[in-house]
Design a protein around this ligand. Structure first.
Ligand SMILES: [Zn+2]
Length: 284
């Protein structure tokens, strides 16, 4: 586990995106993608090691971070990491303090919180404990969840555990249920990328002829762009659909100028899709 020391920032036309890291951890790729084998990685090692797979033991880098998107005078936090509710990290890394420092005006300047989907590592800091009570981490924000995603949580036993990060916000009237193609600002909108979960969204930024895509968990590692059928089937609700979504996203953005920002990609985190024999290479 590596203690975060720095943030990354990108400018896309009039939009600024800042990566604020909670933690980068190294996992067995099979824990996420059971069909992964060393042979899956071998043809792609030259560009995946060392940023995205360890050069020592082939473990996969899994970064947990938020993206802070500033557009049209609005501050949007995309995904809120693991947090501390019933799932304490080994060390309190002071993530809300780092977010507070990274945002002009601090946590209270955040206008919107967008969760790409409602898995634990994307909703954890929606609330935080203050004097023994959970309060919204972003006191002036609307929380945006896809309507289909919230409906899915009501039918999935798995998701019970997430209720503390979601339900108090709904009860307090702080949640806007949005469609999966919702427009957040003139330059920022959601696009549906289902498969990992039914209401999963990615975030598309288009500003002054520049563009960027925040993936969410339609892919967890650039290796899944190279091998689109390599599904995160340990967690996907529909791996055939997540594979189709990756193929669609590759076809739409490969060999374009669109910057791809990976929600679980370790630094350098951003890159471009370049066509390869099997799918797309992630060119940093
Ligand atoms: Zn995730």
């Amino acid at each position: 586990m590596v203690a975060p020391t720095w943030n990354l920032q990108w400018t896309i036309g009039n939009v600024r995106v800042t990566r604020v890291e909670e933690v980068v951890t190294y996992i067995d790729a099979t824990a996420l993608m059971p069909s992964f084998t060393p042979e899956t990685l071998a043809p792609h090692r030259d560009w995946l090691v060392p940023h995205f797979f360890s050069d020592r033991n082939d473990k996969m880098a899994l970064s947990i971070h938020s993206f802070v998107v500033e557009s049209d005078g609005m501050v949007i936090v995309v995904d809120t990491c693991v947090g501390e509710q019933d799932r304490p990290l080994p060390n309190d890394l002071g993530f809300p303090d780092r977010l507070d420092t990274a945002i002009d005006g601090g946590l209270s300047a955040v206008d919107m919180v967008l969760c790409t989907h409602l898995h634990f590592d994307h909703v954890g800091w929606n609330l935080r404990a203050v004097n023994g009570q959970y309060v919204p981490t972003f006191p002036n924000a609307r929380y945006l969840f896809a309507r289909t995603e919230v409906e899915h949580t009501r039918t999935d036993d798995h998701m019970e555990v997430l209720a503390p990060s979601i339900d108090p916000l709904i009860t307090a009237g702080l949640v806007d249920l949005v469609e999966t193609d919702h427009q957040l600002t003139e330059d920022v909108r959601l696009i549906p990328t289902p498969g990992h979960t039914p209401g999963h969204v990615s975030v598309l930024i288009e500003s002054n002829a520049a563009s960027a895509l925040i993936t969410g968990d339609m892919t967890h590692t650039p290796l899944q762009f190279a091998v689109p059928e390599l599904a995160a089937s340990a967690f996907d609700t529909d791996s055939a659909l997540s594979t189709q979504t990756r193929r669609d996203i590759i076809e739409r953005f490969v060999d374009t100028d669109t910057l791809v920002l990976g929600t679980h990609f370790a630094p350098p985190t951003g890159g471009h899709l370049r066509r390869s024999l099997t799918g797309a290479r992630f060119d940093t």
